[in-house]
Design a binder for this molecule. Structure first.
Ligand code: DAT
Ligand code: MG
Length: 140
């Protein structure tokens, strides 16, 4: 399996509830390396660009309101098969369907407030890492 980079967010619900440390611990325990990390507050415009594939869907206004309601931790993670491994650690989109021990089961409350984000494939990982982080200054 190839070494990959993926993009992750600790969403506003998890940051506000004080779960950032436990989520970072899970990243370390899984052997994923942190290549960039920053606490930021998304604006509606930044959120629209990031979630461009979802703009116009019925749930998008709720998604934008949630993602801009407070600070988030943005991360670039790296490791063997990092894209799928981070998705597996998070669990599925809906916390109600997530397995015991997964991050969305532990820290999410429902599909609209699900604690974490992870890129779903190589193309979105490349776009999302580049959307938030600069190769020259942020990625170590
Ligand atoms: P994922 O975050 O698992 O990649 P996605 O890309 O389909 O899921 O959707 C992005 C986010 O939008 C998701 O984390 C939560 C929100 N969302 C998706 N479907 C939703 C729905 N039916 N109702 C409310 N929010 C939804
Ligand atoms: Mg997605």
């Amino acid at each position: 399996m190839a070494v990959e980079r993926t993009f992750a967010i600790i969403k506003p619900d998890a940051v506000k509830a004080g779960h950032s440390g436990e989520i970072l611990s899970a990243i370390h325990a899984a052997g994923l390396a942190i290549r960039a990390m920053r606490l930021v507050r998304l604006t509606p415009r930044i959120c629209q660009g990031f979630y461009h594939e979802h703009v116009g869907k019925g749930f998008y206004p709720e998604l934008e309101a949630f993602m801009t309601e407070g600070p988030v931790v943005i991360l670039c993670l790296e490791g063997e098969g990092a894209i799928l491994r981070w998705r597996d650690l998070m669990g599925p989109t809906d916390p109600a369907k997530a397995p015991e021990g997964s991050l969305r089961k532990r820290f999410g409350t429902h599909i609209g407030r699900n604690a974490t984000h992870g890129s779903d494939r190589a193309e979105s990982a490349a776009f999302e890492v580049g959307y938030f982080f600069s190769q020259a200054f942020d990625l170590v």
